[in-house]
Design a binder for this molecule. Structure first.
Ligand code: ATP
Ligand code: MG
Length: 285
């Protein structure tokens, strides 16, 4: 194992996901490469249909990769036995869904929602732990409220507490703020960031919200089923750099702006000069 591999918790290599619908096929992911480090908080953005939710389904072991490899904490999800996958889902990951209502049981209080899964797991400290978790998400004062007596933002924070109850290594959240207003969105991302730095949790968060970028270590853009670009930020929301990503078999996706320079000409020359690669239209001679 190299030093780099030791720090990587999630490694997707040439991940391909194909849905079969009747006799036709939909290619949702095509050769996606993505590494996520231990304790890293990564945002995933991309147009509708670009494959973000499909990636999350693979990472949460709801879908087996149809091609390529996904190795998480040493477990190859495509090759793992069912018992290993079950254990991975129970112990390694926590999930927050977009829809607050589907994260919680409406007839239970916030505290009961958090403690129930712990009790079912036979945790004798379930009530104590539930209280700690509600404190972690700043909702100790709402512990006795039923789910429907909480705002959407509060419900999502309870959902986060539930997702963290079994101390997962990885939190997977697909549009966790999709149904929230901007103030609650900000609060949710800030909370996820704080939880990440306090607990060393690794997080993959899909969101359309531009606020996401200020709270994560890195944003990856998915285009047509693979990672096309990455952005990193420094404090105060200032972007430090945006880079295109060349995948493991050498493919590169240009931005729309760069494609516009090519116009209709899709044949280019890539020339190496002094350690740089220049891409120019093949007819620009
Ligand atoms: N269960 C399914 N069966 C067939 N095709 C699917 C299925 N789920 C997704 N797809 C297709 O796979 C592609 C990627 O879908 P996916 O849901 O991963 O996109 P997304 O990036 O999450 O989009 P959105 O931002 O709208 O949530 C789309 O073309 C979609 O129509
Ligand atoms: Mg989606």
């Amino acid at each position: 194992m190299t030093e780099h591999e030791a720090d990587v918790l999630i490694a997707c290599t040439q991940l391909t996901q194909v849905y079969r619908v009747g006799s036709s096929e939909v290619i949702a992911l095509q050769g996606l490469d993505l590494d996520v480090g231990i304790g890293e908080m990564v945002g995933v953005v991309g147009a509708s249909g670009s494959g973000k939710s499909t990636l999350m389904s693979v990472l949460s072991a709801m879908l087996k990769p149809t091609g390529g490899q996904v190795v998480i904490g040493g477990l190859d999800l495509g090759a793992a036995r069912n018992s290993e996958v079950d254990r991975y889902r129970r112990e390694t990951i926590g999930i927050v869904l977009q829809d607050a209502a589907s994260n919680l049981l409406p007839y239970l209080t916030a505290e009961q929602n958090v403690s129930l899964p712990l009790e079912l797991n036979g945790d004798p400290e379930a009530a104590v732990r539930a209280h700690e978790l509600l404190e972690l998400v700043d909702l100790a004062d709402r512990a006795g409220h039923h789910a429907h007596e909480l705002s959407g933002g509060e419900q999502q924070r309870v959902a986060l507490a539930m997702a963290l109850a079994h101390k997962p290594k990885i939190l997977l959240a697909d549009e966790p703020t999709g149904a929230l207003d901007s103030a609650n969105t900000e609060a949710m991302f800030a909370l996820m960031g704080r939880v990440g730095s306090e607990t060393g949790l690794t997080q993959v968060i899909v969101s359309h919200d531009p606020e996401l970028a200020r709270h994560v270590d890195r944003v990856v853009s998915i285009r047509d089923g693979r990672v096309a670009a990455e952005q990193r930020w420094v404090g105060a929301g200032e972007q430090v750099d945006e880079v295109l990503v060349v995948d493991s078999i050498g493919r590169l996706q240009l931005t729309d702006e760069q494609l516009a320079v090519l116009g209709d000409q899709r044949r280019v020359r890539a020339e190496i000069a002094d350690n740089t690669i220049e891409i120019r239209r093949a007819d620009d001679e």
